[in-house]
Design a protein around this ligand. Sequence first.
Ligand code: 13P
Ligand code: SF4
Length: 317
Amino acid sequence: MEITETEKIRDISEIKKRVEELKREKDAVILAHYYVDGEVKKMADYTGDSFYLAQTAHKIKNRIIVMAGVKFMGESVKILNPDKKVLMAEGSADCPMAHMTTEEEIMKVKEEYDDLAVVSYVNSTAEIKALSDACITSSNALMVISALKEKNILVIPDKNLGNYIREKIKDKNIITLDGCCPVHAEYRKDSLLKLKEEYPDAMVLSHPECRKEILELSDYTGSTSGIIKTAGESENQEFIIFTESGITDELEDLKKDERNKLKKFIFPEGFICADMKRITPETLIETLENEINEVVMQVDLRKKASKPLERMLVLGE
Ligand code: 13P
Ligand code: SF4
């Protein structure tokens, strides 16, 4: 039997009510990344970009932390909160890019340079973080890398983020390997030019995980929160956005302000991270109810991975 719209809404409001009860009963808090489903974000206590989530996780006092995001985000929360129970709102949500660099590749570059810092994007596994000197996110990469004393910087796994950093920091030798985000790297110059033809006055805002050919044609490049902030503060009325379309919720929220109410946000077709979208109100409630999908990590790995993450929190503040 087909479920009607009203039944769906009733179900969602029931889920929300139960999630609130469970949070109180279990002393739990929910963190969500901007890319996850809008209904899940409404149930979250904190929503933001990767850096904000790591900073927030560092300060949380609750017994249980539920991460509505991909696996590396849950791992980062656990690394920063070893005594808490960290649960993934969906156990299979993983970032493919996080697995794109191997230990062997890192060791090979280390052999080539004496004066080298290994800098891993937070979108990496705990094992790769453990081999790193510092972590970065798209919102603090320039600040963290500029503060490092080493001349040679291996940026992994995202070569597009690495290319972006190379353009911005001229006095470092930025080395990259072959990883990229399959969602952001899918888009080429032609899709941007087509949208520009349709909206010639639009400002182009892009995430640094996009290819160089997109960044070169962008008016602003930055993290998800940087894109939202720029769209809110700009005088422009139209924006072509090159990042995952989940941030539409936050962009539409900007319209509550009189100055933004006519703004138009245009995304290229199909800009969706399938892994982030695995997290639904149903998977979230199942996680909380049954305390499943716990992030477990060996103590030694956790300790090694915590150093570069903590360093990022200090240098990227
Ligand atoms: P932000 O750090 O900008 O939120 O990006 C995370 C991410 O996974 C982008 O694809
Ligand atoms: Fe990973 Fe790309 Fe999805 Fe971000 S958008 S979580 S980098 S696959």
